[in-house]
Write a protein that binds this ligand. Structure first.
Ligand code: NDP
Length: 285
């Protein structure tokens, strides 16, 4: 048989994108799986997104990740958008099926897999409180609703944005989703099973920022999750640990959205342990 030097290509389009750690994780995964695949971290300004997608098609890329500011804007350029990504209203992963490019959203699915595999919690029938109504929050809440959470309370600073998200979720998933205004300190209700910070509070460089919430009434065993991964040990994660509560940090979601991407692209199980290790090293934890 002749040699085959042709690599399969995937990558990420974003702006800014230079500090996005997904590439190191995926490249390590490809190497561990013995695949001649490359993950390219590519800066694409908003007015070049259409060209970039044409480039993806021309190169026959196996797929792409989208990050800020392209997750919504990319949707009209794709051949199909998966039902949950349509509900979320954003695509963070594109996969190729023949000549067709299909938009998926693996953020919420990655979060869910972390809840199940790392925290050992099945979200079905659970009462959830979630801070935030941005892109990450929409993805997480949609997947929790589709996974059968019995109640989701969305707490957001901007009432209009939170209320609009709740309306969308109710209409699209049929789940019991409620809105709570975030005025002053929010006391997490005692019957909450899963509490999620899906805001950017605690994200670098505001590493000392803590959501204005009171965990005092929380029952023992309430799972506290944070989507912020830079740094992963946010003040919320530290406070929950100090209170003796189980925690799931944002690294879990980041790893599993990558694991799901790897599996969608290659059709093979992902080397999860390698991906976790490499990401921890990249983020210095
Ligand atoms: P958005 O800008 O879309 O949404 C930000 C959310 O945070 C809004 O609900 C906003 O409220 C709220 N918020 C921000 N600052 C404050 C504040 N000081 N007080 C109260 N509320 C605040 O961001 P994304 O949803 O895209 O990202 C959110 C976080 O999720 C980021 O840290 C990002 O890194 C992380 N993320 C992690 C992933 C992972 O794999 N771990 C994947 C994707 C994102 P309001 O509506 O009132 O403005």
């Amino acid at each position: 048989m002749g040699a085959n030097y042709q690599a399969e290509l995937v990558g990420v389009f974003g702006q800014p994108v230079a500090e996005n750690p997904t590439g190191v994780m995926q490249e390590a995964a490809f190497a561990a799986a013995g695949l001649n695949w490359r993950y390219l971290t590519i800066e694409v300004p908003p007015d070049r997104l259409a060209d970039a997608v044409r480039g993806m098609r021309a190169f026959g890329m196996q797929g792409i990740n989208l990050t800020i500011p392209h997750k919504v804007a990319v949707m009209p350029y794709l051949d199909e958008v998966a039902p949950d990504a349509q509900i979320i209203g954003a695509v963070n992963t594109v996969r190729r099926e023949g000549d067709r490019y299909i938009g998926e959203n693996t953020d919420g699915k990655g979060f869910l897999r972390g809840v199940r595999e790392d925290a050992g919690v099945d979200p079905a029938g659970k009462r959830v409180v979630m801070l935030g109504a941005g892109g990450a929050a929409r993805a997480v809440a949609t997947e929790l609703a589709l996974a059968g959470a019995s109640r989701i309370v969305v707490v957001n600073r901007t009432v209009q944005r939170g209320a609009a998200m709740v309306e969308d979720l109710r209409a699209n998933t049929g789940a019991d989703v409620q809105f709570a205004a975030w005025e002053g300190t929010y006391t997490v209700p005692a019957d909450t099973d899963i509490f999620v910070n899906a805001t950017s509070i605690g994200l670098y460089p505001d590493v000392d920022a803590m959501p204005d919430v009171d965990l005092g009434a929380a029952r023992d065993g309430m799972l506290v999750c944070d989507v912020v991964f830079n740094p992963p040990r946010t003040p919320l994660v530290k406070a929950a640990k100090a209170r003796g509560l189980p925690v799931l940090d944002g690294l879990s979601m980041l790893v599993y959205q990558g694991v799901i991407g790897f599996e969608l692209w290659t059709g093979q199980p992902a080397p999860e342990a390698v991906m976790k290790q490499v990401l921890r090293e990249a983020l210095g934890v």
